[in-house]
Write a protein that binds this ligand. Structure first.
Ligand code: GSH
Length: 209
């Protein structure tokens, strides 16, 4: 029997990235919704993810946290779904996945919090400047149909989610290349299924308070 996947999430969180990736794999999974500040921080869940954050997946005896790792892990765990390039062809796949988990996430979060890198200190911080990050991201999404070439991959789930959220919440500039890239991804059945499930869960959560 296949190992069960348990998905810990909150529908108003980065858990939406992991949900999209789970839907791309098409494998069954059980969802556990956690609440900010309460069940997410209790001892039981901290024994799964000591950060008390979502998302987390538990696949049999394996626990994976961090959205980028969850996307990469699921692509490797279900190779027959074709969600990662072959191991010898992963230069862009790794490059942009790690770029999004490091420089992009940090630049966008800092900007949303109103933190500016002091002038002249750009060399001290991994992302340099928000402007450089945006220009590098634009080059990446403009070069091919997908972030790692002409084929969709798990890296698009991760990078695309950040672009989509950024465009929606105004933390990423509305450049046409970003809108076109995310527009292509948002048409995917798995993205739409995941969004529907999370929107429904969010609605139920709001009605129950
Ligand atoms: N680096 C983590 C970030 C996870 C994260 O910050 N999740 C937020 C929701 S978007 C969270 O769980 N916040 C609850 C808290 O910190 O109490 C990832 O990529 O998965």
């Amino acid at each position: 029997m296949a190992d069960e996947i348990v998905f810990y999430t909150n529908p108003m969180s980065r858990g939406r990235i992991a949900r999209w990736m789970l839907e791309e794999t098409g494998v069954p999974y059980r969802t556990e919704i956690l609440q900010f500040g309460t069940t997410m921080k209790d001892e039981g869940y901290r024994s799964v993810n000591p950060m008390g954050k979502v998302p987390t997946i538990v696949h049999g005896k394996k626990t994976v946290t961090e959205c980028a790792a969850i996307c990469a892990y699921l692509a490797d765990a279900f190779p027959e779904k074709g969600l990662a390039p072959s191991p010898t062809d992963r230069a862009d796949y790794y490059r942009w996945m790690f770029f999004a988990a490091g420089p992009l996430e940090a630049a966008v979060s800092n900007r949303a919090l109103g933190f500016e890198v002091p002038a002249g200190q750009e060399r001290m911080i991994g992302y340099g400047s928000y402007g450089d990050v945006m220009d590098a991201l634009e080059l990446a999404v403009r070069s091919n149909s997908y972030i790692a070439g002409e084929k969709f991959s798990a890296a698009d789930v991760y990078v695309g989610s950040q672009v989509g959220w950024g465009l929606q919440f105004g933390s990423i500039e509305k450049r046409p290349a970003f809108e076109q890239y995310f527009g292509r991804l948002a048409l995917r059945d798995a993205y739409q299924r995941a969004s529907e499930k999370d929107d429904k869960a969010a609605g139920e959560m709001q009605r129950s308070v």
